[in-house]
Design a protein around this ligand. Structure first.
Ligand SMILES: Cc1cc2nc3c(=O)[nH]c(=O)nc-3n(C[C@H](O)[C@H](O)[C@H](O)COP(=O)(O)O)c2cc1C
Length: 129
C-alpha cells in the first residue's frame, strides 16, 4: 500500500532561501529517497516549506522521524496522510521552481493556515503543469 503525506514547516535560518541550503537538502533527499523508493516534491516560500512524500508506510514514517529531528526547520504540521492508488511524483525529490505561481493558482493561501485540501490542489496543479 502506498501513502502520501504532505506537511508544512517553518524554515529556520537560511533554509530554503539560499541556493546552498536547498542543494544540501536536495542532495541527501535524492540519495535517501531513491534508496527508500520514496517520491517527493518540495516547495520553499517565504520562510516556509511544503513537502509531499509518497511511499510505503514504513519508509514514510522513518523519514518523518528524521525530519522531526532536523533543526533546519520546525513546527512540522501534517496536512495530508492517506493511502493513494498511484504516485503523483516520479522523482525521488523534485523542487518547485515557481512556488509563487503555484500558490497563486490556488488563490494564494497563507502557508500558516494551509489546509490539506489546498495542499492536494497544489500537487494536482503541479502534476498538470
Ligand atoms: C525541509 C526538509 C526536507 C527534507 N527532505 C528530505 C527527504 O525527502 N528525504 C531525506 O532523506 N531527507 C530529507 N531531509 C533531510 C533529513 O531531515 C535528514 O537530515 C536526512 O534524511 C538524514 O539523512 P542521513 O541519515 O542519511 O544522514 C530534509 C530536510 C529538510 C529540512
Amino acid at each position: 500500500m502506498l501513502y502520501r503525506l504532505i506537511y508544512v514547516s517553518e524554515a529556520v535560518g537560511s533554509t530554503g532561501a539560499s541556493t546552498l541550503s536547498i542543494a544540501q537538502i536536495l542532495g541527501i533527499a535524492g540519495r535517501n529517497n531513491r534508496r527508500d523508493h520514496i517520491t517527493s516534491g518540495i516547495l520553499f516560500h517565504d520562510g516556509w516549506c511544503l513537502h509531499a512524500i509518497e511511499g510505503a508506510r514504513v519508509d514514510i514514517d522513518r523519514l518523518m522521524r528524521r525530519l522531526h529531528e532536523d533543526r533546519r526547520h520546525r513546527n512540522i504540521r501534517v496536512l495530508v496522510d492517506r493511502p493513494i492508488a498511484e504516485r503523483r511524483f516520479c522523482e525521488p525529490m523534485s523542487l518547485s521552481r515557481n512556488p509563487s505561481a503555484l500558490l497563486k493558482a490556488i488563490g494564494s493561501p497563507r502557508m500558516e493556515t494551509m489546509t490539506g485540501r489546498e495542499a492536494e490542489r497544489i500537487v494536482d496543479i503541479k502534476q498538470a503543469a
